[in-house]
Design a protein around this ligand. Structure first.
Ligand code: MF3
Ligand code: CO
Length: 248
């Protein structure tokens, strides 16, 4: 069941969205070679709680941290660890959820650390572009399948592939609500989005093959071919004539 948000709901989602964005901006300003992924997690936890908000990932289905930190061939859901050191040349995806006043925000960025190869830089750029292509023509009445169509078309026309095993989602009082928002699909298909629906659009794009595997920790998701992967996510709400991005 898809919950349509009222203006006052959306006002509150703006606040959790803003805190999610601020957390990722703060991490982007601090991320350096030599840091552990656990340090990234500590920065997020300290900031979110200092704002009177809750890191929504912490404890979600037993997830043990406030953010996911996923390096290079890790697609998503990398668990922060004192043993994982961020190195120059890596691409580091950070995914963050914030619960504030009963409403969720969810967003992800992929950061380039130091000097990063041309291929990885292009992957990060194209992944961000996939999100913006997806929302370019999105508005009240748009078919949900258009999102996946635009993401997939842009990724594949650049020689990259779209992860199928994980998808975007509705968001509101819960982090994951209906509908599912795949990053692949056909134009003109699926339910029609309506003004007031809130969704997290989150392209996960691989440099090589789309297939992924889950590691024995039950979370960490990696590419099978060990090529790099990037992730970019924002929470958006559908308006009359477009979308409002709540986490940018
Ligand atoms: N941000 C992820 C998503 O969009 C959720 C991460 S899973 C968690 O679905 F366990 F870390 F919360
Ligand atoms: Co999400």
């Amino acid at each position: 069941m898809i919950y349509v948000k009222s203006q006052s709901d959306i006002e509150r989602m703006r606040e959790s969205g803003r805190l999610t964005r601020d957390t990722l901006d703060l991490i982007g300003s601090k991320i350096r070679p030599g840091m552990t992924t656990k340090e990234i997690d500590r920065i997020a936890y300290e900031f979110i709680t200092s704002c009177g908000a809750t890191p929504s990932f912490l404890g979600y289905n037993g997830y043990p941290a406030s953010v996911c930190v996923s390096i290079d061939d890790t697609v998503v859901h990398g668990i922060p660890s004192e043993d994982i050191i961020i190195r120059e040349g890596q691409i580091v995806s950070v995914d963050c959820g914030v619960l504030y006043n009963g409403w969720q925000g969810d967003a992800a960025r992929t950061f380039c650390v130091g000097n990063v190869s041309e291929e990885k830089r292009k992957l990060v750029k194209v992944t961000e572009e996939c999100f913006f292509k997806a929302i370019e023509n999105l508005r009240d009445g748009s078919p949900l399948g258009d999102i996946g169509y635009y993401v997939q078309t842009h990724a594949e026309s650049n020689g990259f592939s779209v992860v199928r095993a994980l998808v975007g989602h509705g968001i509101g009082r819960d982090m994951h609500e209906d509908p599912s928002v795949p990053n692949y699909g056909r134009k003109g298909t699926g339910i029609r989005l309506k003004k007031g629906m809130a969704i997290a659009i989150e392209p996960m794009i691989n440099a090589g093959d789309y297939r992924v595997k889950f590691m024995s920790d039950g979370w960490t998701c990696k590419t099978i071919d060990q090529k790099p992967s990037a992730h970019y996510e924002n929470t958006v709400v559908i308006t009359d004539n477009g979308v409002e991005i709540l986490t940018l």
